[in-house]
Design a protein around this ligand. Structure first.
Ligand code: GDP
Length: 294
């Protein structure tokens, strides 16, 4: 699938081959092909249009060196622009406070609970004492799932199976953390299959009550354009700090990374690439640009 995208771009750039100069005519033709390819890679239409408009302008302003073809130059410019659009540098999570509190939000099935376990393992490796908190009051199975993951990664999981109030559970968990020398608290919240008012209210209330130093929004990269809409809805409501893009081991091209960043203007901080507890990577914009371009 990545080859497909790359082939398409190659085809587009071929229109320039053999021509030593970038002109308005040949760059416009190529930009159109790049735009199509980006849209095929799940990049939102508006974003793809704005990127290719930028690329056109930049390309026209650049001299083609003898050592590179106009096609190569356009690939390079496209790569640079995609990287810039995704924030340029990798972004760390903020671990402030004692304990630092990280709130995890997202739709059901996005990979929230799995990511919570992975993040706990990741932070534990930095020699910090972590506490996982199960705050899904609707699905007892989600609580059990987190317990299993906690056991796997050797991190304690705080639960209150009979309490149906997420705000209370999170506050109690933070108190428990203080008493038990836990330095980082990761709170896994309840998700729904679609965005609904009650879920949003609940997460907003939890966030207000506990004032986390980091709120991460988890989204399934395979959901394509929907990923952008979901990100926007969550961001409008809870103003998160960063995004976690999951299931990048699947056959998605990752264009959602560009659209989400452009639409909500929040950095992507982690990518999840599998069900195992070590399948977590810090997000590098440059690597993602290469992946999208194939
Ligand atoms: P939650 O409802 O948001 O808590 O989602 P879960 O963490 O339960 O994940 C939903 C399903 O997706 C589970 O079967 C996970 O094993 C799976 N999953 C989560 N993250 C990834 C990932 O990065 N790659 C793959 N292939 N599967 C994942």
């Amino acid at each position: 699938m990545f080859d497909n995208l790359s082939q398409k771009l190659d085809k587009a750039f071929k229109t320039l081959k053999g021509q030593g100069r970038i002109t308005e005519i040949n760059v416009a033709t190529t930009a159109k092909e790049i735009r199509k390819a980006l849209i095929d890679a799940d990049v939102n239409y508006k974003v793809a249009k704005s990127v290719t408009d930028d690329i056109k302008e930049i390309a026209l302003g650049r001299e083609v060196l003898i050592s590179v073809s106009p096609g190569q130059l356009l690939v390079k410019i496209t790569h640079e622009e995609l990287t810039k659009l995704m924030g340029g540098e990798k972004q760390e999570i903020s671990l402030k406070g004692d304990p630092s509190v990280i709130l995890i939000a997202g739709l059901q099935g996005s990979g929230k609970t799995t990511f919570s376990g992975k993040l706990a393992a990741y932070i534990k490796k930095q020699n910090r004492n972590v506490l996982l908190v199960a705050c899904d009051v609707y699905r007892p199975a989600a609580i059990d799932q987190l317990k299993v993951l906690g056991e796997q990664v050797g991190v304690e999981v705080y639960t209150e199976p009979d309490n149906k109030k997420p705000v209370e559970i999170s506050k109690n968990a933070i108190e428990y953390a203080k008493k038990n020398n836990k330095k980082v608290v990761i709170i896994d919240t309840a998700g729904r299959l679609a965005i609904d008012e009650q879920m949003m209210n609940e997460i907003a209330e939890v966030k207000k009550a506990i004032q986390p130093s980091e709120t991460l929004f988890v989204v399934d990269s395979m959901t394509g354009q929907d990923a952008v809409n979901t990100a926007k809805a969550f961001n409008d409501r809870i103003n998160f700090d960063g995004v976690v893009l999951t299931k990048l081991d699947g056959d998605t091209r990752g264009g959602a990374a560009i659209s989400i960043r452009a639409v909500v203007e929040k950095p992507i901080k982690f990518i999840s690439t599998g069900e195992k507890m070590d399948a977590l990577d810090v997000f590098y914009p440059e690597r993602m640009a290469s992946r999208i371009l194939g």
